[in-house]
Design a protein. Sequence first.
Length: 256
Amino acid sequence: MQRSFKTCFATALLNQAIQAITVFTKEEDTCSDDGWTRSGQITWTAEGTTIENTIITCEPNTDICVKIGRDNVTLRNVIIYHPANGMGLYGWKPNNLVLENVEIIAYGNEWGAMPCPTRYPLMGHKRNNMMVSYAENLHIKNMKTDGGSKGIYVKYSDNAVIENVVAKNVRGPFPAGNCFQIHTSHGTTIENFHCYNDPQVAWTEDAISVYHSADVTLRHGTVNGGNSSTGQSVMYEGSSVDSIGGTVDDVEVVNA
């Protein structure tokens, strides 16, 4: 019996995150997309919107594939394909945003640093798989990212909860190149994570960057691979008394 696309996607993504796989392989596609909606670029969402069971594909040269600027929005069981010279998902002040069972994939760049449009809003290094700024009560659960300048980038969003996440082959260029970056987001937790960078494909800096953020916790995860001459595998970086504190618990670094 043919499995549903929804079941295949959710199960595979959760297993990847929790088991912290070290080798990424493509299984033969035996899944159906029956019951799923297909969409192009999403530039606006109303407050309280739920986007569910949707495959979003954006055309080449799309700057931002999915933009969220309202409160109480949920994305669940969603796959986003965005061009390598654009951003996958961008959230601006989206309080109570929930991203659950979401995969974000950059297409169109087989190896090395990202193409570098220097114009706004990409600025030469912001083709992130996802970026969320100024969000209260942000919750990311069961997410996989692939091929962005950064994988998951959270900025000015205190107490974000990020769990069961996989970031693969971040592409930079400098100052990007992070699987996960937490920027001025105090009290954030990343738990059950895997950061994988193939040195023949990726273009890394600090694989995990905690920047100007106090009391950030990294728990139960693996950093596998990196090719930066200047970046670290895990970096806590702060320049003020407001950036004190943090916990690293059960985190493994290999092939770095």
